[in-house]
Design a protein around this ligand. Structure first.
Ligand SMILES: Nc1ncnc2c1ncn2[C@@H]1O[C@H](COP(=O)(O)OP(=O)(O)OP(=O)(O)O)[C@@H](O)[C@H]1O
Ligand SMILES: O=P(O)(O)OC[C@H]1O[C@H](OP(=O)(O)OP(=O)(O)O)[C@H](O)[C@@H]1O
Ligand SMILES: [Mg+2]
Length: 285
């Protein structure tokens, strides 16, 4: 049977979470250390471990069918490739930074100034969209050191916690884009491979939806059940089961993570007790 070939970063920021996502999708991969290729045991998938920055070209060449890459890499090198699914990990920004002591009032301050970056296309497009041109100096790593060694006046690089900027005496002055890991694919897939991708995507969506929510169980006095149910934002109507102790019920529901604490506080106020919160492995809707 035809297998879908997926590119995953060989090592680096995306590798662990990408492999964990496949695992959570129930796909088990025979992983010999230092292997560049591995087959899935129970799904028609072959994993190729590649450099993140090389993946857009491999997709275009048809060497791989789909991939997990940083969205910023797609913007830089693969703007012709589709984002099939945003995956919610490796979140970061691509930002302009200048030395702390330099005043910055807008992008026009960088006119005639040198900008060091590993993302020349992204920088060029951004400057063009603002009616400016950029004097770009491409470097492939340790970009943040460039202003300190007199190589550039400003940089454009990835910012997450901001600690690399801080250590290099730089400040973020403009966020050019926000990025997270995404699932992308080659521009054309055979219908057989598309069918496998649809199956994989369905599993990924179930895992991601599960991560967004918690399963909550609580004990509620029977006379408070109606009021508690009104508070709950669950998928459908909550489950209500009688407890062995007379006059009490167990109420089960699903709560979105971002509304979680707000709802829990209200439930406690309204008389819920013994609240249990469980992770959801998958949510199939
Ligand atoms: N500090 C960070 N915090 C969160 N996400 C990040 C961070 N740095 C990078 N990323 C994301 O992870 C992706 C991979 O980054 P990483 O530094 O591991 O590899 P790379 O140098 O871009 O690629 P290659 O595999 O080609 O060496 C980036 O494209 C970005 O989307
Ligand atoms: O805002 P922060 O949390 O400090 O993260 C930003 C840093 O992380 C990335 O480098 P990485 O650690 O991946 O090293 P690399 O240069 O080897 O890619 C990126 O290139 C920045 O330098
Ligand atoms: Mg990096």
């Amino acid at each position: 049977m035809n297998k879908l070939k997926i590119a995953v970063q060989k090592s680096g920021r995306l590798n662990t979470d990408s492999m964990q996502l496949l695992k959570n999708c129930g796909i088990s991969i025979e992983n010999g250390k230092d292997q560049l290729k591995a087959d899935a045991r129970n799904f028609p998938l072959e994993v190729l471990y590649l450099r993140n920055g090389d993946i857009p070209q491999y997709l275009r060449d048809g060497v791989v069918d789909i991939a997990i890459v940083g969205e910023n890499t797609l913007i830089e090198k693969g703007s012709d490739l589709p984002i099939i699914e945003k995956l919610g990990f490796s979140k970061c920004k691509v930002s302009i930074a200048v030395p702390k002591e330099v005043s910055y009032n807008g992008i026009s301050d960088l006119r005639g100034k040198k900008i060091a970056t590993s993302y020349p296309n992204t920088v060029q497009k951004y400057f063009e969209s603002k009616g400016e041109t950029a004097d770009i100096h491409v470097i492939n790593g340790s970009v943040e050191i460039a202003p300190n060694i007199g190589l550039a006046n400003a940089i454009v690089d990835i910012v997450s916690s901001g600690s690399t900027l801080f250590k290099n005496n730089l400040k973020e002055v403009e966020v050019m884009l926000k990025s997270e890991a995404v699932l992308t694919s080659s521009p054309s897939l055979s219908s057989e491979k598309q069918t496998i991708l649809d199956k994989l995507q369905f599993r990924i969506q179930s895992v991601l939806k599960g991560r967004e929510s918690k399963y909550v169980l609580m004990n509620v006095p029977n006379d408070k059940v109606d009021e508690i149910i009104k508070t709950l934002p669950g998928m459908k109507s909550p489950t209500v089961l009688p407890l062995a102790e007379k006059g009490w019920s167990s109420v089960h529901t699903v709560i979105a993570k971002d509304r979680f604490w707000e709802v829990i506080d209200e439930l406690k106020l309204k008389g819920a007790e013994g609240i249990l919160v469980c992770p959801i492995e998958k949510m199939v809707l």
